[in-house]
Design a protein. Structure first.
Length: 261
């Protein structure tokens, strides 16, 4: 049986109305569809109605079709004959690629941050984890996700490489789709927050090795969350395994400036 088209909001979302004048209709459709997919509101396997998207966003089908072509090239949508436009499964190879790059960059960045962070930086990081705690208490997944990104971005900034965050954002789309689904589980939400607290504690204590290790464990948690999600929704994924066999990471060299005693 062909899946029913995904429901579309009754009114055009604010992002569409606000950004349409700046981006053009194609850019608006692209931005909205992409955000809905990454936020998990359009689930893998859902069929989208091109006509309905166009109608609700107040535009013709042409810019919607342009957006679909662009999102298909990014692996977020799939156009199937006799079915239509379908939200693509999460590509486990792309998740692994995004995790690999993030771990390579962010374990290094957090080690540097632990050595150079100022008292004001420490205060910023503590404020972010407290804000996250409030989001966890309210079960506000969207707020927590925004604060999650901000914490990681802030650590890269403290390390003196603010422009590197844009590189991370380019490769983490499939990674983020897993992250969104995992945080719907209250236990995962609390677990990720606890990992953030461990990372920040190591940075404030000026223990770069511990900060790097904590970040690595945190970013590798995505593989465990895939196993949990796949147990109930195996159709959400394609490819794999996401975590290929790999040797354990080599320890950081001893005697580094600012290293642990």
């Amino acid at each position: 049986m062909t899946p029913a088209p995904a429901p579309i909001p009754a009114t055009p979302p604010p992002v569409a109305r606000a950004d349409g004048r700046r981006r053009g209709a194609g850019g608006t459709a692209y931005a909205w569809l992409r955000s809905e997919i990454l936020a998990g509101r359009l689930r893998p396997g859902l069929v989208l109605s091109e006509n309905e998207v166009a109608g609700q966003l107040g535009m013709s089908r042409t810019p919607v079709r342009e957006a679909i072509i662009r999102l298909e090239s990014e692996g977020l949508l799939t156009v199937r004959p006799q079915v239509g436009t379908v939200v693509a499964p999460i590509d486990l190879d792309a998740v692994a690629d995004g995790q690999f790059l993030r771990e390579a960059i962010e374990t290094r960045a957090v080690a540097i941050a632990a050595q150079v962070a100022t008292a004001a930086d420490h205060a910023d990081l503590q404020a972010l984890t407290k804000d996250q705690a409030r989001a966890v208490a309210r079960r506000d997944q969207a707020k927590f996700l925004a604060l999650d990104d901000r914490l990681h971005q802030r650590l890269v900034e403290i390390a003196g490489r603010p422009r590197v965050w844009s590189t991370i954002e380019e490769v983490k789309a499939q990674f983020d789709r897993v992250r969104v689904l995992s945080l719907e589980d209250e236990d995962w939400l609390e677990r990720i927050h606890a990992q953030h607290e461990d990372i920040v504690a190591a940075v404030i204590a000026r223990r770069p090795y511990d900060a790097s290790e904590a970040m690595g464990r945190h970013l590798r948690a995505v593989f465990a969350s895939i196993d949990t999600i796949a147990a109930s929704s195996p159709g959400y994924f394609r490819g794999g395994p996401a975590a290929p066999d790999r040797p354990p990471p080599e320890p950081l060299p001893s005697g580094r400036p600012g290293g642990n005693p």
